[in-house]
Write a protein that binds this ligand. Sequence first.
Ligand code: TLP
Length: 338
Amino acid sequence: MLPIDLRSDTVTRPSAGMRAAMAAADVGDDVYGEDPTVNALQARVATLVGKPAALFVPSGSMANQTCIKAHTSPGDDVLCGDGAHVMLYESGAAGALSGVQLTVVGQGGLFDAEGCEAAFKPDNHHHAPTRLVCLENTHNRGGGRVWPRAQLAGVVEWARRRGLRLHLDGARLWNAHVATGVPLAELAAPFDSVSVCLSKGLGAPVGSLLCGDVAFVHRAHRIRKMLGGGMRQAGVLAAAGLFALDHNLARLGDDHARAKLLAERLSAAGAGLPYGAETNIVIFDLSGPAAPFVEASRAAGVLVNAVGPSRVRAVTHLDVDRDAVTRAAEVLAGLLPR
Ligand code: TLP
């Protein structure tokens, strides 16, 4: 029997319908701006996110790093949350490609204006001047938490007062939208740039978009080329994204309900739930080491990831139905160290 794979929502495979849409895609050379399917996807996502323009890029990491590079100059300082993907999981790209220093604010991914003020560096000869603030919504290492609106508004108001730019890593902004019912454009409105991923809960095999105003996206377009992200007949990939938006957005609520079910079962069996389970990510703490637990789970047919010495992450997605999550919950709960 195939394992129940809860390592990430990136593990989904394109469905038959999605593959058919990809095969049928009308394509052209996107480096010439002539791929109609890429152009349609960019226009659709820009509208959804409420920004004037969007650019299709191969990955969420490239979307974030292109935005960071477009917003900053080498030697600048960038504020981000504890465990931010841009800091922890993008291979040091902000330092290597943009030459910026990252300052971590707050704990558990979210932060507030007070923390930002304490971390802020003014533009004088002692400091790397703070130029940009990056938020992540939902927050991956923060257990898929959605930023509370008032807290986010406080950070935004502070950043504007300080004359800073704001970037949103919205790889899972779709989940924040479905969990709260707040329109995507409203969640994205305070930000100068927003990245969204098609290859997480939406189930497309590849692709992210960065969104912003026309001048910003023009600048980002050149950086994408510089980073080797100019693709040619990328419409075969964009078609998967359009299919995902049509078929897989509204159903994210199912993933959230399944994550809740899993979290409740684990909590009842003694696991610690530091962040609850607001969307599709369940982070849980064990009373023993994570590595042998992950191994034992694998042997029992359930795949999860260790994300700390005694911390584990399980993510629900469209390739695990309610029965599979229920079975996985039984297996994981039974293996918890006592
Ligand atoms: N996250 C992956 C891993 O890299 C950790 C996962 O399994 O969750 N922003 C956020 C918030 C992300 O969670 C990810 C991927 C990205 C950006 C990067 O996307 P890709 O993998 O397309 O570069």
